[in-house]
Design a protein around this ligand. Structure first.
Ligand code: 9WO
Length: 269
């Protein structure tokens, strides 16, 4: 395969003591389809395979005491080097190591698109999945380029976060979704929350589908959806609207929303 064609593959390497977890990504849904289409590749590197003790342990007690165990730097470093080399040998132009941890910068849509851009230039991503109480800090200083968080909570390990990140990236790869419009019209792409969705039956447990969606008037439907997105974002995530400029149409819709809201309040009093 020539270099240009190789660069179309988004290359991942995961550093994990639970490689079998990644079947969730390789064996189901859009990510599976995209894998079968050759849009991405994953190799898993188990630190246990790089341990130098017969029991293949990769953790030890924390210096300074305290509960739990810490992942040792040595087997992790060897696994990261093996993963990095595999990406480069497979045709990646270079690679970066990302550690999934609650200490990282929070992932958002802009970051997802930036990483998709890096992958499309042929840069591989090595995803370091921690376990136990964490990873020896010196390994992070020496081998990790960036820490990424999904939010302010703690899981049992970084694998589910690595998979969530990969899923967010894979669905943005050109050709990953059957309907490419559904990627661009997605939640957050317009910088707003998604609008509500309805499908058959028209009435479910007495609750009707909004009339406008049955009207066939596509201009009206588009405006209604945008208005619902604005109203939802205002109600649930006002922080998003504070950071985002509104178009002329959005400003007009927002005025309608505010007018309807103050009318409702009058009715309550
Ligand atoms: C476990 C623990 C147990 C007792 C006291 C303190 C403790 N801290 C941790 C901990 O942070 N464990 C982490 C598990 C170590 C790194 C991998 N793990 C992880 C990553 N859990 N949650 C994430 C994560 C990553 C990105 N975004 C959200 C959560």
């Amino acid at each position: 395969m020539n270099k240009a064609a190789e660069n179309k593959v988004a290359r991942f390497a995961a550093i994990t003591i639970f490689p079998e977890m990644f079947a969730a990504l390789t064996d189901a849904g859009i990510s599976r389809k995209a894998l079968e289409a050759g849009l991405w590749s994953l190799s898993c590197w188990n630190p246990r395979d790089f341990a130098d003790n017969p029991s293949r342990s990769v953790d030890d007690r924390p210096y300074g005491g305290g509960p739990g165990m810490v992942m040792q730097a040595e087997p992790l470093m060897r696994a990261i080097e093996a993963g990095t080399n595999s990406l480069l040998n497979a045709g990646a132009a270079k690679s970066r190591v990302i550690y999934l941890s609650p200490q990282g910068r929070m992932l958002d849509h802009a970051k997802v698109m930036a990483l998709v851009g890096e992958l499309s230039t042929g840069q591989g991503l090595v995803l370091l999945c921690g376990r136990y109480e964490g990873v020896d800090e010196r390994l992070i200083e020496l081998a990790v380029d960036e820490e990424i968080s999904l939010g302010d909570f703690v899981l049992s390990g970084g694998e589910l976060v690595a998979m969530a990140l990969m899923d967010a990236l894979i669905r943005q790869l050109p050709g990953a979704l059957g309907d490419t419009a559904s990627v661009t019209e997605d939640s957050f792409v317009a910088g707003l929350l998604d609008c509500p969705h309805y499908t058959r039956p028209e009435i479910f447990q007495g609750k009707k589908t909004p009339e406008v969606l049955l009207s066939g008037d596509h201009g009206k439907i588009r405006r209604w959806r945008l208005k619902m997105s604005l109203a939802r974002t205002r109600k649930r995530r006002p922080d998003i609207l504070r950071d985002r400029a509104l178009s002329a149409e959005e400003t007009q819709l927002m005025a309608e929303i505010l007018a309807e809201e103050s009318q409702e309040q009058c009715g309550e009093h």
